[in-house]
Design a protein around this ligand. Structure first.
Ligand SMILES: NC(=O)c1ccc[n+]([C@@H]2O[C@H](COP(=O)([O-])OP(=O)(O)OC[C@H]3O[C@@H](n4cnc5c(N)ncnc54)[C@H](OP(=O)(O)O)[C@@H]3O)[C@@H](O)[C@H]2O)c1
Length: 261
């Protein structure tokens, strides 16, 4: 077991990529604290892990709310005594709209969840990690954090910001023996991609598989990424196997960008 008895806080740990990370961490021996807004979904996930012999705790939290983040971290510390790992996974896709038509509240909402939420969780967890001179933080960016995409400006801005935040935090926290890394996936199989593909298929009057084939055309492996493949990267970055790696963005993208040369 690569994460035996490590206490890991995973934001958005109740669905899709976050759920896969939660399950992988629990099966590697970690105590998982999952934080998101939907309490019943979180409780179901925690109950299933506990019933299967793992250790999980659900703490309903809106990561954009400073007080709720403080309470979530305080509760995790009260119950487990320390936080070894933070996975800043919670994020929203936000609007699909041109900059000229951008609605300010939608822009602000994306930055609040994807960027400010990452700051708030990291800040509170660092207060425990720094005095102990030990810790590991992993942020989830996106292919949208490495390149601009039309109609997706707040998402791309927030995810590029997550990479800049990772690099800055890695430099600040390094002398406290805290590693900070980032994972940048392309399209991952799950509700977000499948719903978007279904909507596009309906609009164009084609089959959803056709949309998925078009979507993965520029991926060397010609397929979507599985949530378990993002989770495997998170386990690696959280474990001692990556002990000299910090400030790094690990792309998990089935070879997007490298198929044309
Ligand atoms: N899916 C992809 O293809 C893909 C690709 C690259 C990167 N990513 C990134 O990977 C991460 C996970 O994506 P996903 O596809 O698994 O997304 P998802 O299925 O939409 O899940 C997002 C999670 O974030 C939580 N969340 C949203 N707003 C929150 C808030 N204010 N406070 C606390 N939790 C909040 C949601 O739970 P509640 O609604 O219960 O709060 C949910 O558990 C995101 O950061 C996403 O941008 C995804």
């Amino acid at each position: 077991m690569r994460l035996k008895d490590k206490v890991a806080v995973i934001t958005g740990g109740g669905s899709d990529i976050g759920l896969a990370i939660t399950q992988a961490f629990a099966s590697e021996g970690a105590i998982v604290v999952i934080a998101a807004r939907n309490a019943s979904r979180l409780n179901e996930v925690a109950d299933a892990i506990n019933a299967g012999g793992g250790r999980a705790r659900a703490i309903p939290t809106d990561i954009t709310n400073e007080n709720q983040v403080r309470k979530m971290v305080a509760q995790a510390l009260a119950e487990y005594g320390r936080i070894d790992i933070l996975i800043n996974n919670a994020g929203i896709a936000g609007p699909t709209a041109r900059i000229v038509d951008m609605e300010l509240d939608k822009w602000n909402e994306v930055l609040a969840v994807n960027l400010t939420g990452t700051l708030l969780c990291s800040r509170e967890v660092l207060k425990d990690m720094m005095p102990r001179k030990s810790g590991n933080i992993i942020n989830i960016s996106s292919v949208g954090g490495q390149s601009g995409f039309p109609m997706r400006s707040p998402y791309c801005v927030s995810k590029m910001g997550v990479i800049a935040f990772t690099e800055t935090m890695a430099i600040e926290a390094g002398e406290y023996n805290i590693r900070v890394n980032c994972i940048s996936p392309a399209a991952v199989r799950g509700s977000r991609i499948l719903n978007a593909a279904s909507a596009k298929a309906k609009a164009l009057g084609v089959d959803r598989e056709e949309i998925l084939t078009r979507l993965t055309r520029d991926f060397s492996l010609k397929r979507l990424i599985e949530p378990s493949e993002v989770a495997a990267a998170a386990v690696f970055l959280a474990s001692d196997e990556s002990s000299a790696i910090t400030g790094h963005t690990l792309v998990v993208n089935c070879g997007l960008h490298i198929s044309h040369y």
